[in-house]
Write a protein that binds this ligand. Sequence first.
Ligand code: CA
Length: 227
Amino acid sequence: MTTAKGKILIIEDEVAIAEIVVDYLKRDGFETDHRVDGSDVQSLITTDRFALILLDVMLPGADGFELCRAIRQVSAIPIIMMTARVEEIDRLIGLELGADDYICKPFSPREVVARVKAVLRRHVPQDPLKQAGNTPLEIDHDSFIVRLHGKKIDLTPSEFKLVAALGAKPGRVWSRAQLLDVFSGEKDVFDRTIDSHVKNARKKIAQAFPELDLIQSVYGIGYRLEV
Ligand code: CA
């Protein structure tokens, strides 16, 4: 069961802080799920429907930086990062992790709830088609299938990863270096590999929809996906 306001995932190792935030969010009509680390966040967000993630930076295991990147590889879900150090916010913004907002601790729980609502307000109207289950671009992470206007596009796993990363934030410009992160841990992936995956994915999309310019080059920077 989900309420109209949606479910908020809180990843915060300081239980006392998390409990206060959970309490205030619940009072405001949100559902919540609290985790003390992000060990299973990728599977968590693909199996459960969350409206937003509140993500602490300093965590045991993978920190908020790594987790934000990992989440963005599979989802465009709104993320608010929480940090105890105000100077860290500049660094966070500079890293272009794809977070939607940042909150500095200590914060008032009221402020957190207000920020959550503000980010959700910004987020929802951008994607009315998705809300209706009628988005032109569907990315199915379970089956590694991309559908455009209902038509399946046969992509290799590498091409899928690229399209999924770009499609997580339509309109956002990704540098080749950021796209290389998608392949972190894989050998022999270079800037030119990214270009060739993009070229091949484009070719396949063009075969199905010749008039569609889905993956666009941004001169001197990288790529963006525009639905
Ligand atoms: Ca912490």
